[in-house]
Design a protein around this ligand. Structure first.
Ligand code: 44T
Length: 846
């Protein structure tokens, strides 16, 4: 026997033994060892990968992998999980299940972008794989942000850029760099206009891959060089053979500078562009560098806006039976100008034209800043520029809630794009909420003092003071005007005037400061939410207390000694008061005062699931100022080990009287895992105990909404000026849209609201539900979407609606792939599926 044959036989034996062992260990549920044997086996005999499907099958290999990964996850052995999946994918690179499962691990660890890539791959491998598709929808928004659809559908914007680029190329700019190319549209404009060398860079991997596909399908693959790189990392000649004569870019956000256009262009002027054309010099564009857009002008106005106010200030002193403002100064991350760090932007955004409740301008529009993108020196000096102090006369009486800003992009001498609130544009405006003592009533005659600057590459509006009529008179003599026509007060005069004022953005001393997300502030301001929870809790707790009293004689907080050795309905002894007091657990997401609302009503032990120290301290302080005994409030996290689940017994032998779940997310979707959570929570309730909410009804209606359609998919080729982009970016469309303001979304109602589905959290056992209903069409039109919202039942007769004026919830909508033409009187069949907290719908005629 030759050595070679012995070797082969040995290997076959080893392979066989490994397979045997893998199966044995799998049976014994030793997944780690089983997995190791599978790996050994498949690496020894890669040719068995196909065959193994036959006799050992891929499924058992995958099953082993998933089980082992679960175990590793519970041991927090993160790197090991990744290694296992990497090895598995090397063996089975086209297994959609492995890609999807890896995505789920990444997602649960917070790596959303990465997870998205894995889900996408799984869907590409098998478009009918429901699990992966739902996972993909959940993260598609991170891969391709929704504004890409709006911008590509904005024909006015596309035409403006095409015109400016065409003119520049025709005037001699033959080499072009497109910074932040997205789907590649501006590069294609340049190439079509005749540019000989077109380069594009894009930092997002998904967008880069999309751009490559788009450019290829438009027969420009060899003519546009796309790089997956941040422009700041580009060099000549590594990435570009030589400096270019034109940079085109639309890397601007609602606050103009938020996408880093200033840094990108400073770098581009230093390293990637030909030198700027001196103003004196004539000559062809070939020798000089240029940037489109030419320059930008930033505008602003002060506004009263209730919607902004209720997201950034706690507006009520009393709500749900509690005092809120006595000892706490609340602030939102955007309204605290002193704490700008790398993670938080100093503004939010809002499409003011559609803000619920509208807004009222308190000043005229004012010009806040101009910025010349073709002047490298000006760009470099921007970050060190002194704040520009503006005096703005108040023209209308109202509450000063925010400064709203937008800009006009001058693409070249004769083409511009405005992102203003009165414009028919897809753009949102930047909102700078006014905080502290300044957020009060201003009147005509008052003057607002506002500083505008560029801090950490963000445009910042800082409200300094409100000057009353008399004071303004004092300083008016010394105000001067700048070139823009705004009056600028002389610094010293202003300082004197300001010294006499309460400019109060500083919190009052001996007040506790508490930062909350704007959605958490909106929830505190949702008086209906607080009051309805109060009345539901009151009902439940009084029932439970009287039940206990029925058995335990009259037990009150102060009267504990009289009821020794009795038994309550659970058969527990009441001899120890603390073990008998009712326990309420609140597992709401974010800052929640519900535990205090409960404790204020009755002497019950309440458990908050807040983790942040500052927020715990705030809740304690609120308890104290509301005369709630310290002993009644506990922080549930302080009792748990790090990785244990929230839903556990309050203590051994004891159960909860009430568990409060956060059923609906702010964005308008049902919270992930709600059904499982409810099922688990039910097991931890005493017999008469209650979940809050008990039941959720989902409502919906038929609508026609062009806005929603434009946001959901690129509509044909027309808007993109003949270029073929839609089929590529539309791979990233999602059926469900979230964070909608349904009350101001432009739409036509085609039916009355109808109940779509009911989730009974007190009895539901499966997270797969299905219902079929018939809906009567009352107006003719094109059915494009079905928005949905919820009635949250806290008690049989106490409910909360997630679509009303005080709601901190937004709404969601299911957008149809293909609109359906309907006629008044038609009856439509609506099939609603609920699968793992995800809602999907199918609509049919008749
Ligand atoms: N949002 C507008 C921002 N990039 C617009 O990766 C208006 C938001 C908006 N690539 C509602 C409505 C609207 N080097 O793909 C992105 C980004 C990329 C870069 C390479 C760089 N230095 C950069 C900087 C950014 O450029 C693309 C466009 S950025 C901003 C677009 C419709 N909400």
């Amino acid at each position: 026997m030759s050595a070679q044959r012995t070797g082969r036989r040995g290997r076959v034996r080893l392979v066989y033994r490994s397979l045997q062992s893998a199966q044995d260990y799998l049976e014994r549920e030793d997944f780690g060892t089983a997995f190791a044997h599978y790996l050994l086996l498949l690496n020894l005999a890669p040719e068995l990968k196909g065959i193994i499907r036959g006799f050992a099958n891929k499924e058992s290999f995958q099953h082993t992998l998933f089980k082992w990964a679960e175990e590793l996850d519970s041991l927090s052995r993160i790197q090991d999980i990744f290694d296992c999946y990497e090895q598995a994918l090397e063996l089975y690179p086209s297994s959609e299940e492995i890609w999807n499962s890896m995505g789920e691990h990444l997602f649960s660890m917070g790596f959303r972008d990465e997870a998205a890539g894995y889900f996408h791959k799984a869907v590409k491998l098998n478009p009918d794989y429901t699990e992966a598709r739902e996972n993909f929808y959940r993260v598609a928004n991170w891969l391709v942000e929704r504004w890409h659809f709006l911008m590509l559908n904005d024909q006015k914007r596309n035409v403006a850029y095409q015109r400016a680029i065409q003119k520049a190329v025709q005037s001699g700019c033959m080499s072009v760099l497109d910074i932040g190319t997205g789907t590649g549209i501006l590069s294609m404009f340049a190439r079509k206009a005749g540019a000989s060398h077109v380069y594009a860079c894009e930092l997002s991997k998904t967008m880069y891959e999309l751009a490559c596909e788009v450019v290829a399908s438009n027969q420009m693959a060899g003519q546009i060089k796309i790089l997956h790189v941040k422009s700041l990392d580009m060099e000549v000649p590594k990435d570009l053979p030589s400096r270019v004569s034109l940079v085109v870019t639309e890397t601007v956000d609602a606050g103009l500078f938020g996408e880093g256009i200033v840094e990108s262009l400073i770098h581009a002027w230093q390293h990637l562009l030909l030198p700027p054309k001196p103003t004196s010099q004539k000559g062809s564009s070939e020798e000089f560098g240029r940037v489109i857009p030419l320059h930008a002008v930033v505008f602003g106005m002060a506004v009263e806006c209730q919607e902004i106010r209720r997201h950034h200030r706690v507006c009520f002193n009393d709500t749900g039976g509690l005092h809120l403002n006595e000892i706490v100064t609340w602030y939102s991350p955007v309204s605290n100008e002193s704490c700008i760090d790398d993670t938080s932007e100093p503004y939010t955004t809002e499409r003011m034209r559609q803000v619920p409740g509208g807004y009222m301008p308190l000043t005229d529009h004012f010009q806040a800043m101009t910025i010349d993108f073709n002047n490298p020196q000006e760009l470099e000096e921007l970050s060190t520029r002194k704040p520009c102090r503006l005096c703005l006369p108040v023209v209308k009486e109202g509450v000063l809630d925010a400064i709203v800003a937008w800009f006009v992009l001058q693409l070249d001498e004769d083409t511009n794009l405005s992102t203003g609130p009165d414009e028919e544009t897809c753009w949102e405006q930047a909102v700078y909420p006014v905080q502290g003592g300044l957020g009060r009533i201003v009147k005509p005659g008052n003057t607002l003092i506002v500083d505008v600057s560029c801090k950490n590459s963000y445009l910042v509006f800082h409200s300094i003071a409100i000057l009353s009529h008399e004071l303004k008179m004092e300083i008016e003599v010394n105000t001067i005007s700048d070139q823009m026509g705004n009056s600028l007060a002389s610094e010293t005069e202003l300082c004197d005037a300001l010294a006499n004022l309460q400019t109060s953005s500083e919190p009052k001393s001996n007040f506790l400061q508490c930062m909350l997300e704007s959605s958490e502030i909106a929830r505190l301001n949702n008086t209906q939410y607080n009051e309805r929870f109060k009345s539901a809790l009151d009902n439940i707790l009084s029932t439970l207390t009287s039940m206990d009293n029925g058995v335990c004689f009259s037990q009150t907080m102060d009267d504990q000694s009289t009821d020794m050795n009795c038994e309550n309905s659970n058969g527990q002894s009441c001899s120890d008061l603390t073990s008998d007091i009712l326990c309420v657990l609140d597992v709401s997401e974010g800052f929640s005062i519900l535990p205090l609302i409960a404790a204020k009503l009755r002497a019950v032990k309440v458990f908050s699931s807040l983790e942040k120290i500052q927020q715990q301290a705030t809740l304690c302080a609120l308890a104290e100022s509301n005369e709630i005994s310290k002993d009644l409030l506990e922080f549930w996290h302080n009792y748990l080990d790090d990785d244990s689940t929230l839903l556990q017994r309050p203590q051994s032998g004891k159960l909860w009287s009430v568990i409060i779940l956060d059923a609906i997310e702010i964005c308008g979707l049902i919270r992930q895992g709600l059904v499982e959570k409810a099922a688990l929570a039910r097991c931890l309730l005493r017999p008469e105990g209650r979940l809050l909410p008990q039941c959720i009804k989902i409502y919906g209606m038929l609508i026609e909404s062009e806005t929603l359609q434009r946001e959901s998919a690129v509509q044909g080729k027309e808007a993109t000026l003949g270029f073929n982009i839609a089929p590529f970016i539309n791979q990233f469309k999602v059926p469900v849209h979230v964070f909608l303001h349904l009350s101001t979304l432009p739409h036509i109602r085609l039916s009355e609201p109808v109940e779509l589905l009911k989730l009974d959290l007190m009895s539901l056992v499966t997270d797969e539900l299905c219902s079929e209903i018939r809906v009567q069409v009352h107006s003719s039109g094109r059915l494009t979407a079905i928005p949905f919202w919820y009635e949250i039942y806290l008690d049989t007769d106490v409910n909360l609606n997630t679509w009303n004026d005080t709601s901190h919830w937004k709404q969601a909508a299911f957008v149809l792939d293909n609109p359906i033409q309907v006629i008044s009187g038609d009856e439509l069949r609506l099939k609603i599926q609920f699968h793992k907290s995800t809602i999907s719908m199918t609509v049919n005629h008749g």
